[in-house]
Design a binder for this molecule. Structure first.
Ligand code: ATP
Ligand SMILES: Cc1cn([C@H]2C[C@H](O)[C@@H](COP(=O)(O)O)O2)c(=O)[nH]c1=O
Length: 211
């Protein structure tokens, strides 16, 4: 049984997830709360190696199902090696992306089917879903433009997909919002950094209060 709180942050490219997670980290530390910040794909060496394979710009031949399976494999290892042990110790786990990314990107935007991708992920996570998910909603043209202006951020294989793909990713997330109404909370990521942060922090504190 896990005792901590599992929070995931989702959204299209350039929505501001990394920026806001960094600010939440400071706010949680100031409050003396026990937490970790991690990301998908990655967060531990095996999953970071899988990340390198999936996101490598050279791997243009990657089949969509292979891609979905690799994300699920990285998720499995990260979950058992890092997320679950920290939850068992009573930590808050703030994770940049989780299963909803697979459902929106591979399930909907790649066209593999949300239910099909959910089923391979169900095998990987054995039913362990986040306690709450904050979805940062942004027009992909704005998000990609932000990334383009972000000096030093490496452009990966998924960033290079056409705008149509990124629009489908956003549509996919909107379907998930409807499907998981009790878990996923929409945050308008086109607001200023300060506004997005305040809204995210208020929501996080509310979830913590309900525990
Ligand atoms: N609310 C905002 N308004 C304007 N710019 C922002 C906002 N939030 C983040 N940015 C800027 O947009 C860029 C991308 O932000 P960030 O890396 O946090 O996004 P991300 O969601 O983690 O992206 P990805 O998942 O694609 O790596 C950064 O240069 C960041 O400073
Ligand atoms: C977990 C997960 C991620 N993706 C995509 C989303 C992004 O394009 C990259 C990750 O890069 P980031 O800068 O760390 O956001 O991978 C995906 O398609 N499916 C997934 O399950």
């Amino acid at each position: 049984m896990s005792r901590g709180l599992f929070i995931t942050i989702e959204g299209p490219e350039g929505a501001g997830k990394t920026t806001i997670i960094g600010m939440l980290e400071t706010a949680l530390r100031e409050r003396g709360l026990k937490f970790i910040v991690t990301r998908e794909p990655g967060g531990i060496p095996i999953a970071e190696q899988i990340r390198e394979v999936i996101l490598n710009k050279e791997n243009t031949a990657m089949d969509a199902r292979t891609e979905a399976l690799l994300y699920a494999a990285a998720r499995r290892q990260h979950l058992v090696e890092k997320v679950l042990p920290h939850l068992q110790e009573g930590s808050i786990v703030l994770c940049d992306r989780f299963i909803d990314s697979s459902l929106a990107y591979q399930g909907y935007a790649r066209g593999l089917g949300i239910d099909e991708v959910y089923s391979i992920n169900h095998f990987a996570i054995e039913g362990k879903m986040p306690d709450a998910t904050f979805y940062f909603d942004i027009d992909p043209e704005i998000g990609l433009n932000r990334i383009g202006q972000h000096k030093g951020r490496e452009v990966n294989r998924l960033d290079l997909e056409e705008i149509h793909f990124h629009k489908k990713v956003r549509e996919g997330y909107h379907l998930l919002l409807n499907r998981f109404k009790d878990r996923i909370l929409l945050i308008d990521a086109s607001q200023s950094v300060e506004q997005v942060f305040q809204q995210s922090l208020n929501n996080l504190l509310k979830v913590l209060d309900k525990q």
